[in-house]
Design a protein around this ligand. Structure first.
Ligand code: ATP
Ligand code: MG
Ligand code: FE
Length: 344
């Protein structure tokens, strides 16, 4: 089965073709990051309009580069939520229209399910069940994944997501927006243990996170410096990154011990962080479990993860009617109930 995937939930326009036999055939991505950088955050209306401009050229490119005829496409998957409603509607409208025109089923994919399953685009792919650490711009969650649609939320951030903490801290250190990746690059120049920030909520039971206090700690430390050098800025960035990474590793260890799951999957944009990848790899080694990641470019938003998730759903006989709408809010525990099962 060959499925076209479309992602437009926020500020990335992504399209991809996934084949259940051959794997990923191709993908195209356009990031609006420069468009929004001048405003210091994503402007929803500008995001929707830019998706409208980019989506058809990206689709044309994808079909051309992969040498695909429309008759070869067996289904269309689009991100139905959660995300910005205007942005979601662009992908949903295009996806449903193509499915209607081509006479194939359409399926609305949950964006976080896409992130969770993205490591399955790689070889070797993780098999169920696994523990997933989902660390993105909007979410920080530990999820026990026992199969497609079987997601048990074990813990999550009670305030800022890890990616959000990276971006906000980067901004206050003068690294622009979105500065998560820039902060990580700066941290590479930083010396360890020159500063120390707390590891929030690690000294009590449970698997929840809290990252909003960290940026305040960074802010007061940064403001207390008189004429800080570039080295000091890098040292602070390093201490911040170490605090986040340590906290995530401590909670992953705890979740693995509590659930006795034998595989750990890292997904979402912060999964691109080198130090986090190294430290979780080391954790896996010490606990003798396997650790899986998507390649760096599939940690952040992309069409490939949507094509994959949609393909798995369509193969299971699920789909949506063409009047199914985008959902700015959508719980991961309420995915299955939105699909129609194919009548036997
Ligand atoms: P969600 O998926 O929760 O709706 P999102 O789609 O905006 O949110 P992603 O695209 O998965 O989130 O990830 C973007 C986030 O990843 C940003 O906050 C960005 O700063 C962060 N990020 C990207 N690269 C790195 C890195 N190397 N280190 C730390 N954070 C990073
Ligand atoms: Mg983005
Ligand atoms: Fe995302």
């Amino acid at each position: 089965m060959r499925v076209l995937g479309i992602e437009t939930s926020c500020d990335e326009t992504g399209v991809a073709l996934y084949d259940s036999e051959q794997g990923l055939l191709g993908h195209e991505l356009y990031s609006q990051v420069e468009l929004h950088a001048q405003y210091g955050g994503v402007v929803p209306e500008l995001a929707s309009r830019d998706h409208v401009r980019k989506i058809i050229p990206l689709l044309t490119d994808l079909l051309q580069k992969t040498g695909t005829q429309r008759e070869q496409i067996d289904g269309v998957a689009y991100t139905a939520g959660p995300g910005l409603i205007g942005a979601l509607l662009v992908g949903a409208s295009v996806g449903r229209s193509l499915a209607w025109a081509w006479g194939v089923p359409a399926i609305g994919v949950h964006h976080l399910e896409g992130h969770l399953l993205a490591p399955m685009l790689e070889t070797p792919a993780p098999i169920f069940p696994f523990l997933a650490l989902l660390v993105s711009g909007g979410h920080t969650q530990l999820v026990a994944v026992r199969g497609i649609g079987q997601y048990q939320l074990l813990g999550e951030s009670v305030d800022d997501a890890a990616g959000e903490a990276f971006d906000k801290t980067a901004k206050l250190l003068g690294l622009g927006y979105p500065g998560g990746a820039a902060l990580a690059r700066l941290a590479e120049q930083g010396r360890p243990e020159m500063f120390h920030f707390s590891r929030p909520m690690t000294n009590r039971a449970g698997l929840d996170f809290s990252f909003s206090g960290l940026k305040t700690q960074v802010l007061t430390t940064w403001q207390a410096q008189e004429n800080p050098s570039e080295q000091v800025r890098a040292d602070i960035a390093r201490a911040f990154e170490d605090a986040i990474v340590d906290t995530l590793v401590i909670k992953c260890r705890r979740a693995l011990q509590e659930t006795r799951l034998q595989r750990l999957v890292i997904a979402g944009g912060v999964g691109a962080n080198k130090r986090l990848r190294q430290q979780l790899q080391a954790l896996g080694k010490s606990l003798r479990i396997q650790v899986f990641y998507p390649r760096i470019e599939f940690c952040t938003d992309n069409g490939a993860m949507i094509a994959l998730a949609g393909c798995l759903r369509l193969q299971a006989g699920q789909s949506n009617t063409l009047d199914f709408n985008a959902r700015p809010r959508w719980l991961m525990t309420a995915i299955d109930e939105t699909y129609q099962a194919k009548s036997p």
